[in-house]
Ligand binder design. Sequence first.
Ligand code: PLP
Length: 289
Amino acid sequence: MPRASYVNGRYVRHLQAMVHIEDRGYQFADGVYEVIGVFGGCLIDVEEHLDRLERSLSELRMVPPLGRTSLKIIGRETLRRNHVQNGKIYIQISRGVATRDHPFPASSKSSLIVTASSGSWPSLSKAKTGSAVVTGPDLRWRRCDIKSVSLLPNLLAKQTAVEAVAAELWMTDDNGFVTEGTASNAWILTSEDEIITRQADDGILAGITRQTLIRLIKREGYKLTLRAFTIEEAKAAKEAFFTSATAIVKPVTSIDGDRIGKGVPGEITCKLIDLYFNHMHDTRDHHGH
Ligand SMILES: Cc1ncc(COP(=O)(O)O)c(C=O)c1O
């Protein structure tokens, strides 16, 4: 069966799924998006992702094209039509089609697309393998809290990581503090076993995986501080990792070629992976999808 995607009210063959050339998402990156993990047919952290989507829309003064219940129905129907049990869904909303002009159009209907793709989650042992991170300047705008489709600086930085055979690039602000990864949030564990990740301000996207992990960390009683850390601190850390809806919790074993801790995935990081995997299993088992 061919892939099907949702475009503005219809499910169409993926190869024929199109938006107009004057869509403001295409011309201006005037739009927002979400990526939600799918595990055992179940959308992980779906309410939190939709909360953030609504917030991103409201920051751009865009009206949600549909209510939350409809969006969830479309998401699940897109999964069903594509037989996706494990993988992700992608939701994008742009300000819609209008004659090219910078100000918001007086009237336009926002464009909504939803795609689903299959992908297997790593086994627990595969998830606990290390990865390399490189660093570079954060070249983005000052509203990184909005999950905008304007991702050019992220793409350039990610390409640098790929060319350096690294899994991520951690970006630094003008004061030498790590903001986040190109598509993930950055974390370290200090020698005093304090878990640190940057506070959710305009400098980072408040990751949903980050938010859920914070809840799990507090529940387990680990020491946690939300503050910015420098690259030097990260390189001297006992453990490091990054989080995102698709990478889950990924151990970092080197930064710019310097070994982190013992150069193998850290003990606490591996415990956090266990916690997140349990959270995914709980979500699936309790929602029955
Ligand atoms: C810049 C950036 N930071 C952080 C994240 C992690 O967010 P989440 O955990 O919601 O996937 C992403 C996700 O793509 C991202 O693009």
